[in-house]
Ligand binder design. Sequence first.
Ligand code: GAR
Length: 202
Amino acid sequence: MAKKQLVVLISGYGSNLQAIIDACQAGDLPAQVVAVFSNRKSAYGLERARRHGIPAEYFPLKPYRNMGRSREEYDADLATRVAAYEPDLIVLAGWMHVLSSAFIHPFRGQIINLHPALPRTFPGTDAIRHAYEAFQRGEIRHTGCMVHYVVEEVDAGEPIAQAVVPIYPGDSLADLEARMHETEHQLLIQAIRRLVEGQEIS
Ligand code: GAR
């Protein structure tokens, strides 16, 4: 089977990007990361990509804002740059910029997002902290993470895979974050494997 081409969008540390690269290199995923984009210059994930010889592009929104250009123009230009790599699948792995239909439309059904919460709970930023605080208030017994298709509504597309992440009474927020990331690294690979080995993407 020909390897599927992945483009990964990140904004930060890139531990999930690293999990994808490692799984590709180990032969656990019939795929290769052909490019990485970040909207933040300081994102360590850019360095991870470069170390593996993967093209890594920093593509910030700020110059668009400074020139009075819209988010949609930024998203459309980002889509053009991403399309140049002819991805089969676009993976948002810690990408912290809400994409409009200017980006989503050309790739609909080919963009997936990792989110550190279960479907219909804690959309948006700081989901792990929100779940931790909800646990302290006795509102939830556990949290989780999911991989879902990207739609215009934030963290609301159809789930592809999800996993429960337990919270224990003595946990610090850092404990929960570490447990979450460990689960995410496995879940993301499972979800990508299902898509690249199945018929869901072109
Ligand atoms: C992950 O926990 C991911 O679920 C989250 O950012 C982190 C990135 O970690 N994404 C979101 O919150 C998106 N709404 P990483 O940079 O180490 O892969």
